[in-house]
Design a protein around this ligand. Structure first.
Ligand code: SDX
Length: 435
């Protein structure tokens, strides 16, 4: 069972005085030393609310799942450095770690894998569901809709046992849903899951195989995708995870909460950035490879272009996931014997940006999306599927946060405040007296 978030309440408080009212606000220190002001009593004591658009300074919860130190480029899942998990672990093992708080024993991992294999198929009626969707639909809303529709097939009230079944069904069916969302848009028949294959190889087979012949799975490709899933598995309170928590806080079922998370991840400023990175690199390649021109556009306030895959709300240093991916990129591309043109453009972009005052002064570094798209592209993953693979990777993280929130003894529905800037009280004017 996952360990509950541990924190200590500090001896000292923060005093706030305002218009004759005051509050002593307690301080909590996390296990890595970061301190948060507990403002639970702020409004009732002083009438004040906080104002923090984008929640850049606001801790929404205590969590024991993932730790990020953005200034030093540190990322750990349940205390284990991402670099070690990337090198030594597997995606299913990382999923177990995120969900249960500890690395699994051999027996735990093999029964987890066996249980997942029993639930990889979708109800046959989903063929009609996919058939009703336009062929040119982006796979992300297809995945969000399909995950939401799982709640129509599994309608039992959410007991702990039922929640466990929903967790297994989500992890088991996500690769099948992802592959079907792609097969649907290219008009190829859906491939059934194959239980003799491991989790990631099964996905590769469903994505690329056809019923006409066996599909030889390239172990280099399967391992690269498994690594990408590990690197995307969790990232504390990012936009889509916060969405899953907020939706789940109303007691909405797990499938509905995850469906909302998929929709949030689709945004181009979030998970959708990996697709935009490739489109940016391909644009530069078509243009004449002029990286300098694109960097100038990204700096120009009058130009909407951004250096996609660069910058991060938390990392003000190199995203450790990007560092792992940059190293993996070169290995995968050379072992697959693919063209490294997009990688060369990406590395040239990085080289220029990291010396440019605009990016240096704003602490903009490559993030996870900068190199992941280059690997996906080299693996032959269709561009509009990049964010779907991000979804597959992030799924165990979303579920772990949803479970942690639901099991928190201080759990309550999320309902932020606001500062009202609208009209003051005014009387109704009948339509024949309006201008
Ligand atoms: C992910 O939160 C997570 O953990 C997310 C994620 C995860 O694993 O869940 O890590 C995954 O979403 C990674 C981020 C992917 N998005 C992109 O690569 C899109 C490009 N990056 C940006 O749009 C931006 O950097 C964000 C959205 C990532 C962060 O936005 P912030 O923190 O709100 O920063 P900002 O937009 O206020 O930017 C600060 C300044 C601004 O300039 P000034 O107003 O100070 O002059 O930096 C500039 C921005 O214009 N800027 C960029 C830029 N990113 C920020 N300028 C050019 N190119 C960029 N990429």
């Amino acid at each position: 069972m996952a360990t509950q978030a541990m924190s200590e309440k500090l001896q000292q408080d923060i005093d706030i005085q305002f218009e004759g009212k005051s509050a002593k606000l307690p301080l909590h220190r996390g296990t890595e030393g970061e301190v948060g002001i507990d403002i639970a009593k702020l409004r009732s004591s002083t009438g004040l609310v906080t104002f923090d658009p984008g929640y850049g300074n606001t801790g929404a919860c205590k969590s024991a799942i993932t730790y990020i130190d953005g200034d030093n480029g540190i990322l750990r899942y349940r205390g284990y450095p991402i670099e070690e998990l990337a090198e030594k672990s597997s995606f299913l093992e990382v999923a177990w770690l995120l969900l249960n708080g500890e690395l699994p024993t051999k027996t735990e991992l093999s029964s987890f894998s066996a249980e997942i294999k029993q639930h990889t198929m979708l109800h046959e009626d989903f063929k009609r569901f996919f058939g009703a969707l336009p062929k040119d639909a982006h796979p992300m809303p297809v995945c969000a809709a399909t995950v939401g529709a799982l709640a129509t097939y599994y309608q039992d009230p959410e007991s702990e046992r039922q929640i466990h079944s929903s967790v297994i069904r989500l992890l088991a069916k996500m690769p099948t849903i992802a592959a079907c969302s792609y097969k649907h848009c290219i008009g190829q028949p859906f491939m059934y899951p194959r239980n003799e294959l491991d989790y990631t190889s099964n996905f590769v087979n469903m994505l690329f195989a056809t019923p006409c012949e066996d599909y030889p799975i390239d172990p280099v490709a399967a391992r690269a995708i498994d690594l990408l899933l590990i690197l995307h598995a969790d990232h504390e309170q990012n936009c889509s995870t916060s969405t899953v928590r907020l939706v789940g806080s109303s007691q909405a079922p797990l499938f509905a909460s995850i469906s909302a998370g998929i929709s949030a991840l689709w945004g181009s400023l979030h998970g959708g950035a990996n697709q935009k990175v490739i489109e940016m690199l391909e644009h530069i390649a078509r243009e004449d490879g002029s990286v300098d021109k694109y960097v100038a556009r990204a700096k120009d306030k009058n130009d909407t272009a951004r250096l996609m895959g660069f910058g991060h709300r938390i990392y003000k240093n190199y995203d450790p996931r990007a560092a792992v991916l940059k190293k993996t990129c070169a290995e995968v591309i050379s072992r697959l014997g693919k063209s490294s043109k997009l990688l060369e453009i990406a590395m040239r972009l990085e080289e220029i940006a990291l010396k440019d005052e605009y990016f240096v002064s704003r602490k903009l570094y490559p993030n996870v999306d900068f190199y992941s798209g280059v690997i996906f592209n080299a693996l032959g993953i269709p561009t509009n599927m990049f964010t779907v693979l991000f979804t597959m990777g992030r799924l165990p993280g979303w579920i772990a946060h949803w479970l942690e929130m639901r099991r928190d003894p201080d759990f309550r529905i999320g309902r932020p405040r606001q500062i009202y800037t609208g009209a003051n009280k005014r009387p109704y004017v009948s339509i024949d007296r309006r201008g």
